[in-house]
Design a protein around this ligand. Sequence first.
Ligand code: C2E
Ligand code: MG
Ligand code: MG
Ligand code: MG
Length: 288
Amino acid sequence: RAKADGRGACRFFEPAMDARLQERRRLELDLRRALAASEFELYYQPLVNAQSSEIIGFEALLRWNHPERGQVPPAEFIPLAEEIGLIIPLGEWVLRDACREAAAWPRKLKVAVNLSPVQFRSPTLLHTAVSALGMSGLSPHRLELEITESVLLHDSAATLALLHQLRALGVRIAMDDFGTGYSSLSYLRSFPFDKIKIDRSFVRELGEKSDCLAIVKAVAGLGASLGITTTAEGVETPEQLDRVREQGCTEVQGYLFSRPRPASEVRALIDSRSTWVGQAARGSDRQG
Ligand code: C2E
Ligand code: MG
Ligand code: MG
Ligand code: MG
């Protein structure tokens, strides 16, 4: 009771805070309604072979088409969805929709799906993955699950067991945003990842900062000696593409090739890839 009074007093004396809380509550109600109202949509961004510039797959990226606010980026609603537990049904929808979509693509193409650490603490994740694969008929080796270091923060036996179970299905596991968390190297020891995605903050400053170049080089070297793919995220310029190629990254992703696009445009991206492969190659010629 004292607590409730306290909150009331707080609200009374701090209208700005009250406005923020109201806004949050509105967003929360909106978010709960949005799943049923089919306001979520997956966009797809190409993953590209660094050497050949061929598309090898797409990363699914969640968008919220809000009836009044327009399109809301994931950074603005995923944290809240995690807090209120909505990420579980939402993450299920993402996995099912991405698998269903990818099953219609040419067979050599993979789909990468981002998983929240909260999904890892839920007992339903394994079953969700199995049923998404089963319902879509997508071959498990065409599904890649992207997790961040924070999933391994507790390094619990249960988390590792779950990762191994997922991998036993045949799906691949990628470490996303590598270099932004803590103790990255020890995480690489605790679980055999199939891919490391180098965070785009390192790629962005490749031209200006020699330490970024050293880090990209070291991670690409690490990937090579571990025998796993290294993806450079956020490649925006032909110069950045040349640098990450030189340093030995095996895969690239970024606005240079394509921004994330709606599912309906994936086919056109696959068909027209010679155009932007040509563009990227020309950029590389210019550089070298
Ligand atoms: P992420 O998994 O690291 O995804 C890459 C982000 O970088 C995407 O932002 C993408 O649009 C953006 N990006 C790609 N290339 C470039 C580039 O060349 N330059 C710049 N400046 N940005 C680039 P987006 O779509 O806003 O997603 C942000 C984050 O939200 C994702 O980061 C991921 O952590 C999370 N997210 C997205 N979709 C989902 C989802 O379905 N489930 C979960 N749990 N998280 C998701
Ligand atoms: Mg990702
Ligand atoms: Mg990333
Ligand atoms: Mg990121």
